[in-house]
Design a protein around this ligand. Structure first.
Ligand code: GRF
Length: 193
């Protein structure tokens, strides 16, 4: 457990590329008195990300970075993060792979949520792969980010039963409901006020 100093909350940035339902759940958690984080910034590589609307709704600043050139994009992101004194990065459906240098710079300070029971089904298309393999369960995992894809130390996982009728879409919906609880729980597990 990492103790943040005094009653000071850990400044946090959330990275998204799409719908942002996990961002929304983190923003709701952020409002709670006992949340150890203070979300200061939303970062996206996608100007059309639906989740960006939550910046306006929850009055949190957002920045969009053009990823045509990843090195330049990451340089700009690092500038923003340092400028806002961000101490924790939460990846929430961010569809870019961070460079080794970026990960090294923020070692132990980047979390990710993945829609499978890692180490099973790293990468994309997790739900369909789990169904096609006749898995009885899938689920979600919150983990630290290291330089190998979806391979960092696991913080928390939640199992979800796959029913015979499940499609990738229905399973994804069931798992997302659990993701929304798991991410705040994992943050509370690692960081305390
Ligand atoms: C989630 O399933 C998350 O686990 C994965 O990408 C999806 C993002 O969903 N990394 P949302 O944008 O938070 O709704």
């Amino acid at each position: 457990m990492v103790q943040s100093t005094g009653a000071k909350k850990l400044k946090c940035a959330v990275f998204i590329s799409g719908n942002g339902s996990n961002l929304k759940s983190l923003l709701q958690f952020n409002k709670k008195k006992n949340s150890p984080i203070s979300i200061e910034l939303i970062i996206s590589d996608n100007p059309k990300a639906k989740g960006l609307k939550f910046g306006k709704i929850f009055k949190i600043s957002k920045k969009i970075f053009n990823y045509k050139n990843k090195i330049i994009a990451e340089k700009k992101i690092i500038y923003e993060i340092n400028n806002k004194n961000i101490k924790l990065i939460c990846l929430a459906g961010f569809m870019r792979i961070l460079s080794k240098n970026f990960i090294k710079r923020f070692k132990g300070k980047i979390l990710n949520i993945h829609p499978s029971l890692l180490p099973k089904y790293k990468g994309l298309n997790t739900h369909q792969r789990a169904i096609s393999n006749n898995e009885k369960y899938s689920g979600c995992t919150v983990h630290f980010v290291n330089s190998r894809l979806d391979s960092g130390k696991i913080i928390l996982q939640k199992k979800v039963k796959i029913s015979k009728l499940d499609t990738a879409k229905s399973l994804s919906k069931k798992i997302l409901i659990q993701e929304h609880k798991l991410y705040p729980a994992a943050i509370s597990k690692v960081f305390s006020l």
